[in-house]
Write a protein that binds this ligand. Structure first.
Ligand SMILES: NC(=O)c1ccc[n+]([C@@H]2O[C@H](COP(=O)([O-])OP(=O)(O)OC[C@H]3O[C@@H](n4cnc5c(N)ncnc54)[C@H](O)[C@@H]3O)[C@@H](O)[C@H]2O)c1
Length: 353
């Protein structure tokens, strides 16, 4: 990417802005931003960015959501109680994405849909900074979301946003930290800092590793849910949590050149949030499988349980680096219906070094 390229930004101070914005007074802002996906994360990110940008356009595929945003300043399906900022508008996704003039476009659809969505947008997404918040690993290509987006758009100006960031808490403006995975181009990083200036940010130039953190933590959150369905003492819980984090770090050490990734929000923070908090969909899936509320085999779902789709890919990826991931295998075996949780947990404990 051209290191001297500047993205459209301008200085504004808005009286109704919140937290860090109010403290800093005058801030750099981006004029126009697009968000693809009118679900929880798309709406939450749009609300956060709208406090720093001139206009934010959410692109949704459901007419009732688009109408609800445009007529009532609400996303009635996802956050009925939240009043969206008036500079958020919605557009129905049609044959073309009208993203002209957007400095950046955030992609916030489930990972299984990312390829088809960006493929359909084609050339419309060749000229902006593209930011993925979607977390997943395509199977069998083993590509991350940014790699898929680059495949389909040919656009190299790519970043990802990942960290302990539940959508509902972002939407209501609570404090959160996040890692921006991006190359080390200062202009791109400056734009990311403007867009996500409400967050406590750290950066990594290993985009793929940041994205893989978001995949791994979902796998281990499912595993922790499974474990907790059988073992419920605090010692047991944190012992397993530590075992998961160790396994995750073993993998990351082998694949990442970012030696500090283990302390970044995308790694430690997001793993802890997803594995510990019952609001996490992947942890809940593990609990429900463990308690036999959800039947196995369970490796596909229309809902956003991305960890269940990614676990096979993570195991194959680890194999290519000659790394053994016994906990990820345990998750895969249980989800595929080849083993029950108690028997697998007992094996894991016996095998643990
Ligand atoms: N929810 C969170 O707390 C959270 C936090 C961080 C990252 N994420 C990531 O964000 C991504 C989206 O998750 P979410 O929680 O917003 O899911 P969601 O189910 O709440 O929303 C997904 C939205 O995408 C839309 N969509 C699905 N397929 C589409 C298509 N082909 N074209 C256009 N729109 C389509 C759906 O209609 C829905 O509005 C996921 O990859 C998830 O991992 C979510």
């Amino acid at each position: 990417m051209d290191g001297n390229r500047r993205y459209p930004r301008f200085k504004v101070c808005r009286k109704h802005c919140r937290c860090s914005l109010r403290r800093t007074g005058a801030i750099l802002m981006i004029s126009k931003v697009g968000v693809i996906g009118a679900g929880s994360m798309g709406t939450a990110v749009a609300q956060s960015i709208s406090r720093r940008a001139g206009e934010v356009f959410i692109f949704g595929r459901k007419k009732e959501i688009v109408d609800s945003i445009n007529t009532d300043n609400r996303n009635a399906n996802y956050f009925p109680g939240l009043r969206l900022n008036p500079n958020i508008r919605a557009r129905l996704m049609g044959d073309r994405l009208d993203v002209a003039g957007c400095a950046a476009v955030v992609i916030a659809v489930p990972s299984s849909e990312v390829r088809s969505v960006v493929k359909a947008a084609g050339d419309d997404l060749s000229d902006q900074i593209l930011v993925t918040v979607s977390k997943g690993l395509e199977y069998p290509s083993l590509k991350t979301m940014s790699e898929i987006i680059r495949d389909e758009t040919g656009n190299p100006d790519m970043a990802c946003f990942s960290g302990p960031t539940f959508a509902d808490e972002i939407a209501y403006g609570h404090i959160a930290g996040a890692t921006i995975g991006a190359g080390d181009d200062p202009s791109l990083r400056a734009t990311m800092s403007d867009l996500f200036g409400e967050f406590i940010l750290d950066f990594s130039d290993d985009l793929r590793a940041v994205e893989l953190c978001g995949v791994l933590k979902n796998v281990y959150a499912i595993g922790t849910g499974m474990w907790d369905s059988v073992y419920s003492n605090h010692n047991e819980h944190y012992t397993f949590l530590n075992m998961c984090y160790k396994e995750m770090c073993t993998f990351l050490k082998a694949i990442s050149h970012d030696k500090d990734i283990f302390t970044k929000f995308c790694c430690f923070g997001d793993f802890n949030l997803t594995a510990n908090v019952d609001k996490s969909r992947n942890r809940t899936l593990g609990l429900m499988v463990g308690k036999k509320i959800v039947k196995t085999p369970y490796l596909e779902s229309g809902v956003t349980f991305e960890g269940s789709r990614s676990v096979k890919g993570i195991i194959e990826l680890a194999d290519t680096h000659d790394i053994d991931l016994p906990i990820a295998r345990f998750v895969y075996d249980v989800l595929s219906g080849n083993n029950n949780v108690r028997a697998s947990v007992d094996t894991l404990v016996r095998k643990a070094p």
